[in-house]
Design a protein around this ligand. Structure first.
Ligand code: ZN
Ligand code: FE
Length: 242
């Protein structure tokens, strides 16, 4: 099975849209298109035609491009069944335990409620890649808009079952802010201090810092490293107030 081609498209102030192409089948999928134009342009520049959109949750900065991309390409839009009412462009509703395919590449759908009540993630086990939307960020996690610290802790535990090499494709460049906060709650962590320095250098020259990996997060992400839901909730509240 040929490897997926995964392209990062920076849009709006800090969103990343992921364009995922399967060379074998020519299927091309977009994760969470905030907007349409840059995504259509990125696909066209590579000679790809978008066949699918996969949404992780209903927020407009993850679904705003759905209608225009579908209009331009006739693609199929897949997303969380639990948020169907808030994503009127959905064609296919999925939930945890379902499988979705891009060519022969299979992704398992995970329920990861907390940022939104119906948030899902897409895990390509054979490709060692997971698209997490706004659930996990580099050294951070999503805000608890529609869920609880208990739910987010459960999400982190589930992500913790993945191999260190698994690439984590999140939807925002929040890394520098997250790293600067993380060192305040985990000041003795040398790996975290080193990562903050590396991220400062990367951002100073405008480089992206995602995707991240489960291994990097296991070493440096205070939300992922929290020992229970209460600790995660306490850290989340501090970050919200920072
Ligand atoms: Zn969101
Ligand atoms: Fe978002």
């Amino acid at each position: 099975m040929a490897a997926l081609d995964i392209v990062r498209i920076p849009v709006l102030s800090d969103n990343y849209v992921w364009l995922v192409h399967d060379p074998a089948s020519a299927a091309t999928m977009v994760v969470d298109p905030a907007v349409a134009e840059p995504v259509l342009e990125a696909a066209a520049a590579r000679g790809w035609t978008i066949t699918d959109i996969w949404n992780t949750h209903w927020h407009p900065d993850h679904t705003g491009g759905n209608a225009a991309i579908k209009e331009a390409t006739g693609c199929t839009i897949t997303g969380p069944a639990a948020e169907y009412a808030r994503i009127p462009t959905l064609d296919v509703q999925v939930k945890g335990g379902d499988k979705v395919k891009l060519g022969d590449h299979v992704a398992d759908v995970w329920d990861v409620p907390a940022h939104t009540a119906g948030h899902i993630a897409y895990h390509f086990a054979e490709d060692a890649a997971i698209f997490v939307g706004d659930t996990m960020f580099a050294m951070g996690c999503g805000r608890l808009f529609e869920g609880t610290a208990e739910q987010m802790f459960a999400n982190m535990q589930k992500l913790g079952t993945l191999d260190d090499a698994t690439r984590v494709y999140c939807a925002h460049e929040y890394t520098l802010s997250n790293a600067r906060f993380a060192v305040t709650v985990d000041p003795g962590n040398d790996a975290l201090a080193a990562r903050l320095a590396a991220v400062e250098a990367a951002r100073a020259v405008g480089e992206a810092t995602v995707p991240t990996s489960i291994g990097e997060e296991r070493a440096t992400n205070p939300f992922f490293r929290a020992s229970d839901a209460a600790e995660l909730g306490r850290i989340r509240a501090l970050k919200d107030a920072a």
